[in-house]
Design a protein around this ligand. Structure first.
Ligand code: SAH
Ligand code: SF4
Ligand code: F3S
Length: 439
């Protein structure tokens, strides 16, 4: 009888890719993917704890499985990811949800197969949370689910300890994979027909720092030199490590997309200092200037936080001002969320919710107005789009141009995984619509 698995993923791209690795492990154990959690024989929750709402979301969904598990006693429920790695959270989970069978930490993913086998042989829950990171696991076999895009980890963990952020605590110290392994993985993916490779790390610019391996720009250059038509992306870049050499490499290699995600977090120097970001707003704008000197058409996206402890109305105004100056193509905007164990959680001057709410609304409005304006400039232009999917509701194919703009278009034949030229006829907030034209 076929056995089914279902994975629920929260959080960042890194987690999305890690769920592909979990899927690889489950399929090796003989499970088949299914969309309906109620049909599954094993349900895995790959959690995130970057903000309180990510955490609550996971807790809520795990709680909802209580009834199902009471009916389906043989079903295995496993919870992994960043939430479980947070101090004390594995025990919390176990106490709150005693019907969860397996709880595994971020450093225990490579061992998931054994944990499942172990659970099959015992009644008790299996709880494994390794405290430290251990060796990088090579030879993983992810079951990729986002053709024609493929993700490749280049670094794990983070050493930056931005004062608000939980990631260094739950993902451990920064480790870089050897470049030869990364390049080999990229070659294989391109050989298999993948058309877009995204290199993943919390701070890709510090790749292999302090080792004898290639620098990040050198690594990009090597991957861009692989034969075949494909796009190369990377995320995330920390502004403090963004270099002129990297800007040059982007300019000189057409396969590298003209889009850099460069989270600034705030436009206020005192807030940036308290966040431990190690740059000022002037430093940030200078980096953008260098980037634009080599790659004038490069789109820049960012992350912004409002309501960091002691953020004044003036600090917030500085963020709005920076948004204008930097001309971001788009931005992810967040209300600061207090994370237990971080330096900022111990700061005085936490901002009341109503003030944060008012700031986030004003910020979102400013960012959206800018995005809309930039999107509207596309009308009449023809852009090369990599088709990623079909939207059955809209009856349109969709894909992105190299600057990351989503475009919808009709096509008689299936063009998923192909590069097509799309003449843009309309813009709708963040996305574009158009018709395929011969290139
Ligand atoms: N390594 C990446 C970001 C990882 S987290 C980088 O440094 O850019 C993604 C984003 O979540 C961050 O850029 C930040 O804007 C946001 N974030 C992180 N911790 C947060 C917190 N405690 N509250 C609100 N937003 C947070
Ligand atoms: Fe968090 Fe800062 Fe590391 Fe990004 S660079 S993961 S924001 S500590
Ligand atoms: Fe990613 Fe959330 Fe962990 S953003 S690294 S899954 S805390």
């Amino acid at each position: 009888m076929t056995k089914y698995y279902h994975i629920t993923t929260y959080g960042c791209q890194m987690n999305v890719h890690e769920s592909e690795k979990i899927a690889g492990i489950l399929s090796e154990l003989g499970y088949t993917a299914c969309d309906d959690i109620e049909q599954s024989d094993i349900a895995v929750f790959n959690t995130c704890c970057i903000r309180e709402n990510a955490e609550n979301h996971a807790f809520g969904n795990i709680g909802m499985l209580k009834k199902l598990k009471a009916k389906k006693r043989d079903m295995i429920i496993a919870v992994g990811g960043c939430l479980t790695q947070q101090m004390g959270k594995a025990d919390d989970l176990h106490t709150k949800f005693p019907y969860v069978d397996i709880i595994f930490g971020t450093h225990n993913l490579g061992d998931l197969k054994n944990l499942i086998l172990k659970k099959r042989g015992q009644k008790r829950a299996v709880i494994e949370i390794a405290e430290s990171e251990g060796e990088i696991c090579e030879g993983e076999n992810p079951l990729r689910t986002s053709f024609p895009n493929a993700w490749i980890n280049i670094t794990y963990g983070c050493n930056n300890f931005c004062s608000y952020c939980i990631v260094p605590y739950v993902r451990g110290r920064e480790r870089s994979r050897r470049s030869e392994n990364i390049i080999k993985e990229a070659e294989e993916l391109i050989e298999q027909g993948y058309k877009e490779i995204t290199l993943l790390g919390q701070n890709v610019n510090s790749y292999a720092n302090g080792t004898d391996d290639l620098s990040f720009p050198e690594l990009l250059k090597k991957i861009a030199a692989i034969d075949g038509k494909f796009r190369l992306r990377f995320m995330t870049s920390h502004p403090k490590d963004f270099s002129e050499e990297l800007a040059k490499v982007i300019a000189e290699n057409r396969k590298i997309c003209r889009l850099v995600h460069l989270p600034v977090q705030s436009g206020s120097d005192s807030v940036l200092r308290a966040m431990n970001r190690k740059y000022t707003s002037a430093d940030y704008l200078k980096k953008l200037e260098i980037l634009k000197k080599y790659v004038p058409d490069c789109a820049v996206t960012t992350d912004l936080i409002v309501g960091f402890p002691n953020e004044s109305e003036e600090d917030f105004a500085a963020t709005l001002n920076l948004v204008k100056k930097a001309e971001f193509a788009s931005a992810f905007t967040f209300v600061y969320s207090k994370r237990e164990g971080t330096v900022a959680a111990r700061m005085e001057g936490q901002i009341p919710e109503d003030i944060s709410k008012s700031r986030i609304m004003r910020l979102v409005e400013a960012v959206n107005a800018q995005t809309r304006e930039q999107t509207a400039r596309y009308v009449g232009k023809t852009v090369e789009v990599l088709c990623e999917d079909y939207d059955a509701k809209r009856e349109k194919y969709l894909g992105r141009d190299e600057y990351g703009r989503m475009a919808y278009f009709a096509s008689e034949k299936n063009v998923i995984g192909e590069f097509v030229n799309v003449k843009i006829s309309g813009a709708n907030g963040v996305s574009l619509k158009g018709e395929i034209v011969k290139g």
